[in-house]
Design a protein around this ligand. Structure first.
Ligand code: UDP
Length: 366
């Protein structure tokens, strides 16, 4: 019997690790599974764990207001070291590119415990964007033993950086597993916004790179889209971070066809993605979920590590200039042929079997 310690800190990590935790829990004759939450983002993380009925065995409760990356890293290193020592696992599992994931991998390495990395190999090739995530995921690739890559592009990125080929496994992205699990359940959820004949444009924008001028531009574009297109209903899930709340509320509150919502629990958000006409976002995970649902995604970022959706014609990188956001949005609204070309459901990020593949591989590997 091998013990696996799964470390989770933020909402996207919980969404993408939940199917893996459930899959390895099912292999109870092989694995004892322990879950450690750093609660890097407490308020939006816990509902995801509840949704998948996962209760952390260890809760490090690390979140503090206005925490700097260095401060979080230092406190996480001390707490995660103790947590790993107390569990003494055979494997530490991390996901993605957060500070939680990077520090857990480093803390495991210091104790000579192997690390499995879920969603390995995503790269923009610009270490400053996204910051610090591009560096975090590269560091994990150097520290890790088992690299579960979502796509062929990710496999190739890892191999080209010198990660041994035999340690890289193509699995698909576990976000598609999570999406499918929730879609099966979310049929009877209400939508949290009024649904009428207006087309819903679903919006999220809360990356660090978007703070300041880019977010100001995004708000300006949304204001123009709303006033020029009364047949549209903009629904924006607004992250609790004050760097997002303040400009968004200042610019968009009280507009007729703009609804500002608190972050939605995952099952509500999935329902809304399914009901919308298309998505405007700077999110990583939503770039994967949108194409799977046949919803065009306009990516309001300067760079992305998710090219597969763009190559498949399901998403488009449009930057953060307000004129471009307005023009690309209106093109999708007015040109039905362009819309239809983007609105084809594509499975470029996985087929919903990634967690199963990972759990089967772990039986062989451990
Ligand atoms: N999401 C959610 N509720 C919301 C907004 C997003 O559950 O109100 C989900 C979304 O479906 C996706 C994930 O959160 O799976 C993306 O999180 P985020 O954009 O914060 O992080 P990223 O994917 O960019 O790392």
């Amino acid at each position: 019997m091998k013990t696996i310690l799964v470390v989770v800190g933020t909402r996207p990590e919980a969404i993408k690790l939940a199917p893996v935790i459930l899959a390895i829990q099912k292999k109870s004759s092989h694995f004892k599974v322990k879950v450690c939450s750093t609660a890097q983002h407490r308020h939006i993380l816990d509902p995801v764990l509840n949704l998948f009925q996962i209760s952390p065995d260890i809760d490090l409760n690390l979140m503090q207001n206005n925490q700097s990356i260095s401060d979080l890293t230092a406190r996480a290193m001390v707490s995660l070291t103790q947590a790993i020592r107390s569990v003494a696992p055979d494997l530490v599992m991390v996901q993605g590119d957060t500070t939680t994931a990077m520090v857990a991998a480093m803390a495991a390495f210091y104790q000579r415990i192997p690390v499995a990395h879920i969603e390995a190999g995503l790269r923009t090739k610009n270490i400053l964007n996204p910051f610090p995530e591009e560096m975090n995921r590269r560091v994990i690739s150097v520290l890790g033993q088992f690299h579960f890559a979502p796509t062929v592009r990710a496999v190739n990125a890892l191999v080209s950086e010198g990660v041994p080929k035999e340690r890289v496994y193509l699995t698909g992205n576990t976000v598609i597993d999570a999406l499918q699990l929730i879609l099966q359940r979310s049929e009877n959820q209400d939508l949290k916004v009024k649904v009428d004949e207006r087309k819903i444009i679903l919006v999220t924008a809360h990356r660090r790179e978007s703070f300041g001028e880019p977010l100001q531009n995004i708000c300006e574009a949304l204001r123009l889209i709303a006033s020029r297109n009364p047949d549209v209903h903009i629904v924006y899930s607004v992250h609790p971070n004050p760097s997002v709340q303040d400009p968004v509320r200042r610019n968009l509150l009280g507009k007729d066809n703009i609804s500002l919502l608190d972050p939605l629990e995952y099952h509500f958000f999935v329902k809304l993605m399914n009901a919308c006409y298309f998505i405007l976002t700077d999110s990583g995970g939503i770039q994967e979920e949108g194409p799977a649902l046949g919803k065009p995604v306009l990516v309001m970022r300067e760079e992305t590590e998710r090219f597969e959706g763009i190559e498949a014609g399901a998403s488009k990188l449009i930057g953060t200039q307000s004129e471009t956001i307005l023009a690309e949005t209106e093109k999708l609204l007015r040109n039905f042929e362009t819309y239809q070309q983007m609105a084809k459901a594509v499975s470029c990020y996985g087929d919903g079997t990634a967690a199963e593949k990972i759990s089967n591989l772990l039986v062989e590997l451990l």
